[in-house]
Write a protein that binds this ligand. Structure first.
Ligand code: KG4
Ligand code: ZN
Length: 341
């Protein structure tokens, strides 16, 4: 089954053709980063306009690269939630229109379920059940993937997402947007013990996270050094900060896996590209005798191939939608899509 998948939830316009949820025939990703960099973050109105301009050329290029004719497409899928509402609507409306024109089913996809499914593209042998750490710019969660479409939240952030903490700290350091990858690169050779950052826990909720204190501590350190005119050792700030994020995530995630009885664990989302996090997860999983799945770097950040992977399993579960399907800016990962019809 060949699915044309669309992703426009934030600042990437992406289209992919994915066969049977596992085989990527093409995956075109057009990033808008340059359009937003001057503003230090994604400007929703600019994102929507860029998606409108890019969606048709990106889909055309994706079909061309896949060598699949549009008449051979069996279903169309698009991210429908969560994300920037104007941005989501561009991909969703394009996807619905295209499915109508081709007379094939339309499949709405929860963006974070797509991130989890990125692992299916990298590992043909990976099947639920497994425990997954989803860490991106908008989400930080531990979820039980009981089955492809049966997902249960075990813990989540009470305030900022891990990626948001990276991005805001990078902005104050003057590294620009998006900052996660820049902090990651800067941390090479830094001393991760030089600066002390807090690693917050949430009373009574051992698998929840909190990153706002860490973000504030980093911002205060940078402002204090500027006021006192005492320059920071930037690689060590980046290394210490990355360690604090990883220390907040990894032990809690491994503990959740132990308590819930999972020997198979995975990670996904933009922050799963972080080298410190990947190394700590690998060490931790080895020590605990767990099998760890890390998605390929190209599938960590937003892309349509992961949407196409999840769409296959949603389709098998009957989760198609009529043309009245709407987009939603926020939506729990364990809630099914519903139609206004
Ligand atoms: O999954 P994603 O592309 O978009 C959302 O769904 O949010 O994640 C983007 C986030 C950004 O916050 C970005 O700074 C972060 O992932 N990120 C990283 C790295 N690469 C991307 N954070 C830490 N280290 C990285 N290497
Ligand atoms: Zn994402």
């Amino acid at each position: 089954m060949k699915i044309l998948a669309i992703e426009t939830s934030c600042d990437e316009t992406s289209a992919a053709v994915v066969e049977d949820g596992r085989r990527v025939l093409s995956n075109v990703v057009l990033s808008q980063i340059d359009m937003h960099a001057d503003y230090g973050g994604v400007v929703p109105e600019i994102a929507s306009r860029q998606h409108v301009e890019a969606i048709i050329p990106v889909v055309k290029e994706c079909l061309k690269q896949s060598c699949v004719k549009k008449e051979e497409i069996d279903a169309v899928a698009a991210s429908a939630a969560p994300g920037l509402i104007g941005a989501l609507l561009v991909g969703l409306n394009f996807g619905k229109s295209f499915s109508y024109a081709l007379s094939v089913p339309f499949i709405p996809i929860h963006h974070v379920r797509g991130h989890i499914a990125a692992n299916y593209l990298t590992y043909p042998d990976l099947k639920p059940p497994f425990l997954c750490l989803t860490v991106s710019g908008g989400h930080t969660m531990i979820v039980e993937v009981k089955d492809y479409t049966d997902i249960l939240v075990v813990g989540s952030t009470r305030d900022d997402a891990a990626g948001e903490a990276f991005d805001k700290t990078a902005r104050v350091l003057g590294l620009g947007y998006p900052g996660g990858a820049k902090i990651d690169r800067l941390s090479v050779g830094g001393d991760d013990k030089k600066y002390k950052f807090p690693c917050a826990t949430v009373d009574g909720s051992p698998f929840d996270f909190s990153f706002s204190g860490l973000k504030t501590a980093a911002i205060n350190l940078i402002h204090n050094s500027e006021q006192k005119k005492e320059p920071l050792d930037l690689p060590s700030v980046a290394a210490s900060f990355s360690k604090a994020v990883s220390d907040s995530l990894v032990p809690r995630f491994l503990e959740a896996a132990k308590i819930k009885g999972y020997k198979t664990i995975a990670v996904c989302g933009g922050v799963s590209a972080n080298s410190r996090l990947r190394a700590d997860l690998e060490n931790g999983a080895n020590k605990e005798g767990m099998k760890l799945y890390l998605p390929e770097l190209k599938f960590c950040s937003d892309n349509a191939a992961m949407i196409g992977a999840q769409a296959y399993y949603e389709f098998l579960d009957g989760n198609t939608a009529p043309l009245s399907q709407n987009a939603e800016a926020t939506k729990p990962i364990d809630e099914s899509f519903y139609s206004l019809e």
